[in-house]
Design a protein around this ligand. Sequence first.
Ligand SMILES: *Cc1c(COP(=O)(O)O)cnc(C)c1O
Length: 359
Amino acid sequence: MYAAATALDINSDLADFRSDTVTRPDAGMMAAIQNAEVGDDVYGDDPTTNALEARVADLLGKEAGLFLPTGTQSNLAGVMAHCGRGDEFIIGKNYHIYTYEAGGTAVLGSVFPCPLPVDARGALNPDDVIAAIKPDDSHNVMSRLLCVENTVNGMVQSQDYMDEMAKLAHDHGLKAHCDGARLMNAVVALGTTAKDLVRGYDSISLCLSKGLGTPAGSVLVGEKGFIAQARRLRKMLGGGMRQTGILAAAGLYALDHNIDRLAEDHSRARQLAKNLSAIKGLRINLDQVETNMVFIHFGDDSVTISDEALSQLKSFMADRGCTISPGRRMRCVIHRDLDDQDCNQLVSGLQEFIDHYAG
Ligand SMILES: *Cc1c(COP(=O)(O)O)cnc(C)c1O
């Protein structure tokens, strides 16, 4: 069973396609954790955490870094460090900070979100952003920050787009933040450097616990003063942890070993998408498979899949060795604990499902 698997037992019975967050530390990462030099990070005494913060700051070309327990807290501390009470940030309406972080910026930060539509590739429209920036008038909130995301639903946001959005923000007196939870997937897919991709941004959050495979952690980077402010906010938000070196050691290990191999996840995702698109009754937009995510839509012009059939999908696939997040539009995420055989199992399981339930 998945729940009973130990950290080292990465070959659990079920192939888990729900997210790249499900990865477990391998033997090398566990050894790094075990050997980590630690201290109390709230006193600034944890050498491994300090090393990780400096390393990620350097990787992303910024002055300083801050280790936080989650990407959610990383983004929240970042938004709150840029914006005060009654200020506004502009963001894509399906981006994580707006949609999947329990409204934290508004609830805990009193920072007002201004959500905008995004295109099929997950990008904001520059004209929409400009139109959303409020003039300084007592009727308005103060527009302070533009938040972009990269990748968005597995889709890479290009260098030109990233540069354009940062410039646009700065030209209008706003700061620019990038939610780079999966930034390294974009970097690997583009064949660029992380430093270049986010060169225009005042702050970036990078998750270590997604494709990079650590048990927990995110690093927020930016200018020294901004990071000092984010450090105070991290304490306020309850994220000041003590011997974080055991997590930071996993992070350093991941930066050494798990970045280049993301290309393997990407090619596996492309192959999976191709194989799935051969199944009648499934629709896959192959153009949108750019990194490690594949979105499957159940039903097409000739094949109908009822909601009732879909309600059986989770257990049907579990019986065939796969853990999935069921839905008419189903996201499958490839990561380091999945191999070709797991993907083939998913394809044959879904073929069986369609054969069994198609109307
Ligand atoms: C996962 C994710 C986060 C942060 O999630 P946590 O679960 O809090 O670490 C932020 N943004 C995006 C785009 C994400 O995918």
